[in-house]
Design a protein around this ligand. Structure first.
Ligand SMILES: NC(=O)c1ccc[n+]([C@@H]2O[C@H](COP(=O)([O-])OP(=O)(O)OC[C@H]3O[C@@H](n4cnc5c(N)ncnc54)[C@H](OP(=O)(O)O)[C@@H]3O)[C@@H](O)[C@H]2O)c1
Length: 347
């Protein structure tokens, strides 16, 4: 069965399934530099079955990184790539966080090592997109010129097809010129964007994202101006939008699950979120498929030229997230959702 819709992703110039498989979760538990970066309760065989299901149901973009499960995510994906036609799928991976050798992640030797390891893990000779995962390029950005040069050389050699970088979680271009809490981060992003000139960005966007004023340039409008593609992440707010986290019975995460230290998963925050989402759930029901449809459609329709990533750790989750989509949200439904979730925000 392949009823998946496809979109031409600017920057990449290739047609991609509107939903992409986010492969962070399937890497399972991990820590990097003592920081939890993994996900609990991931069985590699079940995760692999989920990757297969994603492919069978028409997903053609798989997003991974060297640090996801410290290579386990890439290796699971490599197993899939050995069984399918590599040319039919788009693979993105990332460099910039791995702390294994003690060298700076963007030291040229380290970057070369990471690319070789990533290609080896994936059992492929090329990446379609290679993301600079972190914005820390060392003191005074000493590793930035070298990283840019390496990426250009790898593009030239056909080792990578496009360059990616991450956008801030909240962004309006105008904030760079306005004194305020977001000014430095926005200015830093614009500076790096100008230096790196990526083809693709990742950006967080979901039902809880701020609504921007008409005179503000959000990340999607910004990307369109430069013909840059966007992969949207955290569309399900890592499960928080699906009713999977009951504030009265909060899940306990191990010290290698990133949610262990994420304040959004603390009981007080879960309680506040449950209150925020209550009107939405009263209107649309509690079933994860109904809530996933709203979350995924909301992002797909906000940015019709972007790809929506969804994470998952078993075949049931990815199947739900692909088959739940149903009809598009109407304009009235989108307005109602915004009124329910952002009652005091500007239109
Ligand atoms: N987050 C970032 O900062 C970031 C950065 C760069 C790239 N990405 C990419 O974006 C991808 C997506 O990850 P994300 O962080 O944005 O997470 P997400 O897609 O918002 O949420 C994924 C998590 O939600 C839960 N879930 C998914 N489907 C479900 C269903 N049908 N029913 C119940 N629970 C369900 C699962 O967690 P549980 O089952 O454990 O509850 C799953 O691991 C990543 O894999 C990665 O490729 C993310």
């Amino acid at each position: 069965m392949d009823t998946m819709q496809h979109r031409l992703l600017p920057g990449l110039g290739r047609t991609v399934s509107v939903l992409g498989a986010g492969c962070w979760t399937v890497g399972g538990p991990a820590a990097n530099n003592g920081i939890p970066i993994g996900w609990d309760d991931v069985d590699p065989d079940i995760a692999y079955a989920a990757l297969r299901r994603a492919h069978e149901l028409g997903i053609t973009l798989f997003d991974t990184a060297d640090v996801y499960g410290l290579g386990r995510s890439e290796r699971l994906l490599g197993r899939l790539l050995r069984e399918i036609d590599r040319d039919q799928v788009i693979i993105s991976s990332k460099v910039g966080y791995f702390a294994g050798t003690g060298a700076h992640p963007y030291h040229p030797r380290q970057m070369c090592h990471q690319l070789a390891t990533t290609l080896d893990n994936l059992d492929t000779d090329r990446l379609d997109v290679y993301f600079l995962h972190s914005t820390d390029f060392g003191e005074h950005d000493r590793y930035l010129p070298g990283a840019i040069n390496l990426l250009a050389a790898w593009c030239e050699q056909g080792l990578i097809g496009a360059v990616g970088m991450r956008a801030p979680h909240a962004f309006a271009e105008e904030w760079a010129a306005c004194p305020g809490p977001r000014q430095a981060e926005t200015a830093r992003f614009l500076h790096l964007f100008d230096r790196i000139r990526p083809n693709v960005l990742t950006a967080r966007y979901n039902l809880l994202s701020p609504l921007y004023r008409p005179d503000e340039t959000d990340i999607f409008t910004f990307a369109r101006r430069y013909q840059v593609g966007v992969l949207i992440k955290q569309v399900l707010a890592q499960g928080l939008l699906l009713g999977a986290h009951d504030p009265d019975r909060p899940r306990r995460f191990s010290a290698t699950d990133h949610r262990h230290t994420d304040p959004r998963f603390a009981p007080g925050a879960l309680r506040r979120l449950a209150d925020t989402l209550a009107p939405l759930r009263a209107r649309h029901g509690d079933h994860p498929a109904a809530l996933a449809r709203i979350a995924l459609r909301y992002a797909m329709q906000h940015a019709p030229d972007s790809i929506v990533l969804t994470g998952f750790r078993n075949p049931e989750q990815i199947q739900t997230n692909i088959t739940c989509l149903g009809d598009p949200l109407t304009d009235e439904e989108i307005t109602e959702i915004r009124d329910l979730l952002h009652p005091r925000s500007p239109a």
